[in-house]
Design a protein around this ligand. Structure first.
Ligand code: TPS
Length: 340
């Protein structure tokens, strides 16, 4: 499966031998691994095989760039039930290839096994290109918190899929013809608008701001992570690692028009749509936006949205989870994704 992938300059010895050899010019490679399990992370009724290929790469490479590294290679473990159509695996492979073309790197190895549950395990590698890794423990009092990429759209897309499946038995974005096949065809029912389509697309194929990771490292970010579980919850990890607290300014969150449209469709009352959209921006995961902390004097390019500040570590009673990240000085229910 892997031999059809393009090779990059980083791949010295690609698939076909016992192990791959990937260049690491400065001697430091970042490595990360992430799993996608059918039913938990994706549904074949909701996403095409190509979508799943894109998403599998995106969620791994988002972790690579969140360290400040440039993606260089992937290893893919593919565990599939024997009845999985070959076309599904081929389309998945095409999605992986296309996302690598966007992000960089190439598939350098992998393994395929039979399994009851369709599971994709990816290990991704990246090159720090001589930079120091941007960790979670470097945030300092007085630093500013900023994000780039989308927030809330993927969560809105997921809610739309759940809602429409519960209501009609037919997921949004999937024609009845698509249901019969191995993968949905990605058509939208009459009436679905561009905004809803964008939320569904961000859920099926998140678009992490890949170049912004190395950029943040060059700009002197003191901490960074990709938003996979929800901004408030994920920033809590920075707080705990750095021994600080973070206050977010709700007015600094400018909801995307697509997100506003989705929350309206999802039933947010008139006059409450901005609030509802902001809640999704604070709690929604899986967009794989990048959140980073910068020293206050750094001049940030426009695509970084400053949304908060770093303060002193709270007292002992506030040490418990959730209370280190506040919004307008208030403790919020973080509502992020619970792994277990
Ligand atoms: C079919 N979901 C699953 S994992 C996750 C979220 C928000 C966060 C990362 O968790 N149901 C379906 N697909 C989805 N993507 C979700 C629910 C939502 P982990 O770190 O455990 O991978």
């Amino acid at each position: 499966m892997t031999s059809q992938f393009p090779r990059t300059d980083d791949v010295i010895l690609g698939p076909g031998d016992d192990a791959a050899v990937v260049a690491a010019p400065d001697g430091r490679t970042v490595a990360t691994t992430d799993l996608l399990v059918e039913g938990r992370h994706f549904k074949r009724e909701w996403s095409s095989a190509r979508d799943v290929g894109h998403r599998a790469v995106a969620q791994n490479y988002a972790d690579v760039v969140a360290m400040g590294a440039r993606p260089t290679g992937l290893l893919i473990g593919f565990a599939a039930p024997p009845e999985l159509p070959l076309a599904w695996a081929e389309e998945f492979t095409a999605g992986v290839r296309d996302e690598c073309a966007l992000a960089g790197g190439a598939v350098v190895g992998g393994d395929t096994v039979g399994s009851d549950t369709l599971t994709i395990a990816i290990t991704a590698l990246g090159d720090l290109e001589g930079r120091s890794p941007v960790r979670r423990d470097g945030a300092r009092t007085g630093d500013v918190v900023a994000y780039t990429g989308h927030l809330g759209l993927s969560a809105a897309g997921l809610a739309l899929l759940e809602r429409s499946e519960a209501a009609a038995g037919t997921p949004v974005g999937q024609s009845s013809a698509g249901r019969a096949g191995a993968a949905p065809v990605g058509e939208f029912p009459v009436g679905a608008t561009d905004g809803l389509a964008q939320c569904l697309s961000e859920h099926r194929r998140p678009s992490p701001p890949y170049a912004a990771g190395p950029e943040a490292a060059r700009l002197g970010a003191t901490a960074m992570l990709d938003v996979s579980d929800g901004l408030v919850q994920d920033l809590g990890h920075v707080c705990r690692a750095s021994g600080v607290c973070i206050d977010l300014d709700s007015n600094a969150f400018r909801p995307d028009p697509a997100l506003l449209e989705a929350v309206r469709v999802l039933g947010a009352p008139e006059g409450k749509t901005v609030d509802a959209a902001r809640r999704l921006m604070l709690s929604g995961g899986e967009d794989h936006a990048l959140a980073a902390v910068f020293p206050p004097r750094v001049r940030l390019p426009e695509h970084w949205h400053v949304v908060g500040t770093v303060g002193d570590a709270p007292g002992a009673e506030a040490e418990s989870s959730g209370t280190r990240v506040t919004v307008d000085q208030n403790v919020v229910e973080n509502g992020g994704w619970d792994h277990f």
